[in-house]
Design a protein around this ligand. Structure first.
Ligand code: SF4
Ligand code: SF4
Length: 262
């Protein structure tokens, strides 16, 4: 559940305290065992081929878990922790332990992966902990024709039919392509990305771009970075007309719609 209302209240000046992040992306590594033609972090990986040190991730998860200790006025809660991007998360030598640490803190854990090293997690985690992984997203793309897998109407119907037949829920995320109605990226107050080079970013498409970094999460308590001067500066100075399609497009449209009504 995304706190659209809470961020709208803050941006419209109805409250003095905004929400804490709702979704958090954690990049464990920039290293990848594949070389996808569409990879949005290929350039970033070339510049910073690093895996984050394991103790930093434990500390980060501890800070997320005890967010209100430092910021008691922040509203909302952290709903999702997603291990993703930069590189392939399962390539990190301790990824299975870090995922477990997060599950043990009762976060809803999600993993976006190319699927190649998932067996290590399956072998390591007890069954009852595996059940606490909310979802695992595996990329499927059209390598033969070098294009991103296109979800046609026919494909959508087929997926729906399989879902019913095998009683497996599915989620087709088509929200990236809906028209952009906002002129500012409001979701920057809900969704940080902790990159494996230390950048705390507020744009999921901005890995390696310092203009989207609000500080270094490996050197600073992340709870002190939220709503800092740089955070407000990035929000005010980002020109979204230059942005590529992005995951939080739906959130931004929803927040914009509330702001227009208020
Ligand atoms: S698997 Fe992911 S990180 Fe690796 S090259 Fe492909 S898109 Fe990039
Ligand atoms: S691409 Fe633009 S709209 Fe999307 S998250 Fe980044 S700054 Fe926001």
């Amino acid at each position: 559940m995304i706190e659209y209302n809470q961020i709208e209240n803050f941006l419209a000046g109805k409250t003095t305290s905004g929400p804490m992040p709702s979704r958090v992306d954690i990049d464990l590594t920039n290293v990848c065992n594949q070389d996808c033609f569409y990879c949005n972090s290929a350039e970033f990986r070339e510049k910073f081929l690093v895996s984050g040190p394991t103790p930093f991730y434990y500390r980060l998860i501890d800070q997320l878990y005890a967010w209100k200790k430092t910021n008691p006025n922040h509203t909302g809660g952290i709903n999702e922790v997603v291990f993703t991007g930069g590189g392939e998360p399962t390539v990190h030598k301790d990824y299975h332990k870090i995922v477990e640490y997060c599950i043990d803190k009762n976060f809803k854990v999600q993993i976006i992966t190319n699927g190649s090293k998932l067996q290590k997690l399956v072998d390591y985690l007890p069954q009852e902990k595996i059940k606490n992984i909310n979802w695992i997203g595996v990329d499927i793309d059209d390598y033969e024709n070098k294009k991103v897998f296109e979800v046609t109407d026919q494909m959508q119907t087929m997926i729906e039919n399989f879902s019913v037949k095998y009683n497996v829920k599915y989620n087709l995320n088509l929200a990236r392509s809906t028209p952009r109605t906002y002129t500012k990226c409001h979701q920057m107050f809900l969704y940080p990305i902790f990159a494996s080079n230390g950048d705390a970013l507020v744009c999921c498409e901005g890995r390696g771009q310092k203009q989207f970094s609000i500080g270094n999460w490996m050197k600073t308590d992340v709870r002190k970075l939220w709503y800092n001067e740089k955070h407000m500066e990035v929000y005010n100075n980002t020109d979204v007309s230059l942005c590529p399609p992005c995951t939080p497009n739906k959130w931004n449209n929803a927040i914009q719609s509330l702001l227009q009504k208020s």
